[in-house]
Each structure stands twice: as structure tokens, then as C-alpha cells.
Write a protein that binds this ligand. Structure first.
Ligand code: GCO
Ligand code: MN
Ligand code: MN
Length: 391
């Protein structure tokens, strides 16, 4: 099979308006934009040109916070026309609950009841807007839900407030018949000193405490798990195992650094490869959403290079995963590494009293078992050769 690495709609590659629309301003005191603004309709055309499938937005990526109703209508009209022209769809929408000053101490978890109520109002309006464009996934990233000092807030109050807000919004979803699935996105820190529910694993446990757990899943992000020093693919696998992988944010990020939001596969090839292989092997059918930014050295041609690069790298790893799965030597090694149950079969599976008694009485040759070399070095080098293109 020859791979052309061209993005197609069935690959479900999506970008946020905020990603290709990023001005390149960074988070330091010297911050300044390096790219002029583009309208949402212009960004849709840019994404159409590079071959994306869909575009996602925060309420205020589309409609600025202080837009008049007439301005909002015009923006929506232009955006809708660009979608029609390019064939792009809007699979996901979300609320900006972090940029405006009112969110300086959080949104749903703020200590101020007015801020909490305003946040729920804004999320309902954001859901209305997303539904107008056909979004079926609604993301909640609690960017400012946290603290710099725990003198200010009890984390139990934070959890209670976050839960109440989501329960309210699940009921709103039902009352409007929107049919959204909610996807909770964890991040350990930045912009807060500590953000509540810092990892995908924390979110998965929290979801089970909601009134409508079936409506709520996760949106794991590569960079966020790496910021926490974790293995992203393992977090994604746990979400998948729980039936909760509703969305995914792909980018790249070195460990132990500030939030970098790099082009997918820019740095950590191996982690990116294992992630793509996982998604393709299990048959994940959701969006492959790139939540990343072009380097601030780029003009808009560079932004297109960035967007094309995210998709191309994904497709290269997809092809490498196929090669890995079909490579005879690799597969033979894998078979050797994972022997059939053999005489252990009688001990496997569900507990019975007889099985437990037989297992307790069985005599293992511990040293002989431990002496077996597992050939993981060989396997991993075969993978390296394959990824480097010499296999
Ligand atoms: C970040 C987050 C955001 C969210 C976005 C959608 O680190 O800033 O990843 O980009 O994904 O707000 O919820
Ligand atoms: Mn992020
Ligand atoms: Mn994200």
C-alpha cells in the first residue's frame, strides 16, 4: 500500500479557531502578537485549504465578548457561508471561562457566587451557539478552576461547585434536546498555580460522582499529561477502557516545561507514534483535534505549514503503525513475549474456591521463570529502525 499522507474527511482532523487563529503572542512580559487577526470565516477558508475536516470554537472565538447582536448575526452569517463553501463541519464547541478578568479566581469554582452564576449562564449561551452549528461534543476545560494558595479555597468546595455546575448544565442539555456529550479536559497547572482535577484519571473518577455520568467523558490532551510527567497514551487507554474517550487534544510538549502547544509530533515521536497506533488499533472514531499553535516565528503561510504538518505526521505514524502490525519479525517477537496460557489456563479468569486452592498448592519454578530474557531491547530497536525509515 502506498500512502500519500493527504488528509481526508474520514480522518476527522479538526482545529480550533483559536489554534490557527493564534496571534503568536506568548505568555511572557514581552508578549506581543506576531500575526495580524483573521476573521472566523477567513480561518475556516484557511483550514479548508489545508484539508481539515472540521473547526471547533470557544464562544468568544466566534463572537467577541462585547459584540452587539447585529455584529454577532453578521459574524455567524459569514462563518456559516465559509463552512458551506469549504464543506467543513463543527464537531465541537466550548466556552471561554478563562480569558476575561471576571474569571481571575476561576469560573464554576470561584468563591464569588456571582461569578459562578455568570459562568453557568455563559456556558448555556455557548451551548446554544455550538448547537446552532451542529456541534455534538461540548468541552469543559477548567483553565482557572484552581488556586495559587490553598488558604483561599477548600478543594472540597471546588469539587462541589464544579459538580453542581456540570449537573445543572447536563439538565440544560436535556431540556434543550441538544444531545451533547460533555468532554472534561484536565490540566495540572497554568494558568493557575494548581488546577483542580489535574489529570485525565482524576476526571474519570470525578465523572462517576455526577448525576448523569453517561453524558460525560473526557478530552485528554497530550501536552497536559506531559506537563504532569505522565504517559499520555496510558491516560487515553484508561479513558477508552472506561468508554469515556469522547474527544482528544493532540499537540506536543516536552516534560517539565511550560505549556508549549507544539505541532503534533514535533518533539516526542515515539509517544506520538504509540498514541496514533493506539487510536487506530482500537478504532477510535472521534475527532483528531489539534490543540496547538504554530511557532511565533511564522506568518500565515507558516500557520498552514503547521496545520499540514500536524495532519501529515499523524498519517505517517498511522502508516508506521500499520507496518508495525504487519511486520513478521516484530509480530513473531510479540508472540514470543506473550506466550499462550498453557498450563496456567486452569488458574485464570473468575475466582472459584477450587481454583484458589489449586493455585495455592501449585509449585512454581521461580528462578527458571525469572531467567527467561524477554527480548524487549530487540523489539524496541526494531521499532526504532521502522520509525527511522530503514526497515
Ligand atoms: C489550554 C487548553 C485549551 C483548551 C480549550 C478548549 O492549555 O489552554 O488546552 O486550549 O483545550 O480551551 O477547551
Ligand atoms: Mn492545552
Ligand atoms: Mn486543550
Amino acid at each position: 500500500m502506498s500512502a500519500d499522507y493527504q488528509p481526508k474527511p474520514e480522518h476527522k482532523f479538526t482545529f480550533g479557531l483559536w489554534t490557527v487563529g493564534s496571534s503568536g503572542a506568548d505568555q511572557f512580559a514581552t508578549t506581543f502578537p506576531v500575526r495580524g487577526p483573521k476573521t472566523p470565516a477567513e480561518l475556516v477558508r484557511l483550514l479548508g485549504e489545508v484539508g481539515a475536516y472540521g473547526v471547533n470554537f470557544h464562544d468568544n472565538d466566534l463572537i467577541p465578548l462585547d459584540a452587539t447582536p447585529a455584529e454577532a448575526e453578521q459574524i455567524k452569517k459569514d462563518f456559516r457561508a465559509a463552512l458551506k463553501e469549504t464543506g467543513l463541519v463543527v464537531p465541537m464547541a466550548t466556552t471561554n471561562l478563562f480569558s476575561a478578568q471576571i474569571f481571575k479566581d476561576g469560573a464554576f469554582t470561584s468563591n464569588d457566587p456571582k461569578v459562578r452564576a455568570y459562568s453557568i449562564q455563559k456556558a448555556m449561551r455557548g451551548m446554544d451557539l455550538g448547537a446552532e452549528f451542529g456541534a455534538k461534543i461540548y468541552v469543559f476545560w477548567g483553565g482557572r478552576e484552581g488556586t495559587e494558595t490553598d488558604a483561599t479555597k477548600n478543594p472540597l468546595d471546588g469539587l462541589k461547585r464544579f459538580r453542581e455546575a456540570l449537573n445543572f448544565l447536563c439538565e440544560y442539555n436535556n431540556s434543550q434536546g441538544y444531545g451533547y456529550k460533555f468532554a472534561l479536559e484536565a490540566k495540572p497547572n497554568e494558568p493557575r498555580g494548581d488546577i483542580y482535577l489535574p489529570t485525565t484519571g482524576s476526571m474519570l473518577a470525578f465523572i462517576e460522582t455526577l448525576d448523569h455520568p453517561e453524558m460525560v467523558g473526557v478530552n485528554p490532551e497530550f501536552a497536559h499529561e506531559h506537563m504532569a510527567g505522565l504517559n499520555f497514551m496510558h491516560a487515553v487507554a484508561q479513558a477508552w477502557d472506561a468508554g469515556k474517550l469522547f474527544h482528544i487534544d493532540l499537540n506536543d510538549q516536552n516534560y517539565a516545561r511550560f505549556d508549549q502547544d507544539w505541532r503534533f509530533g514535533q518533539q516526542n515521536w515515539k509517544q506520538a507514534f504509540f498514541l496514533v497506533k493506539f487510536l487506530e488499533d482500537v478504532g477510535y472514531t472521534g475527532s483528531r483535534h489539534f490543540d496547538a499553535h504554530a511557532f511565533r516565528t511564522e506568518d500565515y503561510e507558516g500557520v498552514k505549514d503547521f496545520a499540514r504538518g500536524c495532519m501529515r505526521t499523524y498519517l505517517i505514524f498511522k502508516e508506521k503503525a500499520r507496518q508495525f502490525n504487519e511486520d513478521k519479525e516484530i509480530q513473531a517477537l510479540l508472540a514470543e513475549i506473550t506466550p499462550a496460557s498453557g498450563e496456567m489456563e486452569k488458574f485464570e479468569g473468575k475466582f472459584t474456591a477450587e481454583k484458589a486452592a489449586a493455585l495455592k498448592a501449585f509449585s512454581f519454578d521461580r528462578n527458571a521463570i525469572a531467567a527467561r530474557g524477554l527480548k524487549y531491547e530487540k523489539l524496541d530497536q526494531l521499532l526504532t529502525d521502522l520509525m527511522m525509515g530503514i526497515r
